[in-house]
Design a protein around this ligand. Structure first.
Ligand code: ADP
Length: 263
């Protein structure tokens, strides 16, 4: 419908507005390309685990007697891994779509910054299961105005990435800090790091530096897209600094308007 409106406008304003309108149309074209890429990506991501599960089931149905009990159990556990991968993907897709359509009214609750920090710290320790040292740094307390659920999901996404992209024995630091300009949550790791050319694209849906590694560790390629959405809804920004082979720092910066100082 928008395209038709644009065409009508083109006729009406032929001449002076032509430049502006053609820019609008190329933006529409870009959006259409993005939509098409997105559908292709989702289909691809779903097809891979489905093919694996389907293949196992077919093999077992056709020649169950050829396999030992151990083989069968191994197949089943691989199939179950693939099915939870699909489940994660669907959960992330639903989360993204809820963020795109979610009512702004849900963004006005009081969120205790330190409490959130402690919750994510506990989760991160569980996820790391002793493979990393996870430390906490709290510089000032404060209350954020927002959606507790969304902020929690954004922060845990960053923390779980740190676990997944930091080899065993590494160190992960979670922090909260407040100053005159606003508040900041950060996650710092001494993991694999990111080459500078990838950084601007990390929040694109399904963008991964290393597809294999992301999949192996249970990634969907949607985590940072979710983070970006949550932050935009809270007028906050994502700041990434990273050095390949040295580690990364992901920070979510909230403006003062989203913070109220507790007495
Ligand atoms: P994924 O599910 O693949 O982790 P994300 O959207 O969360 O998807 O992240 C996108 C990509 O950014 C990842 O595939 C990975 O290449 C890179 N990345 C994210 N966090 C880190 C980190 N802490 N260290 C190194 N690379 C990271």
């Amino acid at each position: 419908r928008r395209e038709r409106t644009l065409q009508v406008q083109i006729i009406r304003f032929a001449g002076s507005r032509r430049m502006v309108l053609s820019r609008d149309i190329s933006k529409l074209q870009r959006l259409e390309n993005m939509r098409r890429d997105f559908v292709a990506n989702v289909s691809h991501e779903m097809r891979t685990p489905l093919t694996v599960v389907g293949g196992f089931l077919e093999t077992l149905t056709e020649s169950l007697d050829d396999f030992s009990r151990e083989d069968v159990l191994r197949f089943l556990s691989l199939a179950s891994e693939q099915s939870s991968r699909m489940q994660h993907l669907i959960e992330d897709l639903l989360a993204l779509s809820a963020l795109e359509t979610g009512a702004p009214a849900a963004l006005e609750e009081a969120v205790d910054a330190q409490e959130l920090m402690h919750a994510v710290h506990r989760e991160t320790e569980l996820l790391s299961a002793g493979r990393h040292t996870v430390s906490l740094k709290l510089e000032g307390d404060g209350t954020l105005r927002g959606s507790p659920k969304e902020l929690h999901s954004a922060f845990s996404n960053l923390a779980s990435n740190a676990v997944r992209y930091t080899p065993e024995g590494g160190h992960i630091e979670l922090g909260w800090r407040q100053d005159a300009e606003g508040g900041e949550y950060w996650v710092k790791d001494d993991g694999i790091g990111i080459e500078p050319e990838h950084i601007p694209r990390l929040t694109e849906r399904f963008y991964r530096v290393d597809r294999g590694r992301s999949r192996e560790t249970g990634g969907t390629g949607l985590g940072l897209a979710i983070v970006k959405h949550v932050l935009t809804r809270h007028q906050a920004e994502l700041h990434v600094t990273s050095e390949s082979g040295k580690g990364s720092r992901f920070a979510m910066r909230f403006p003062l308007s989203r913070i109220s100082q507790e007495a």
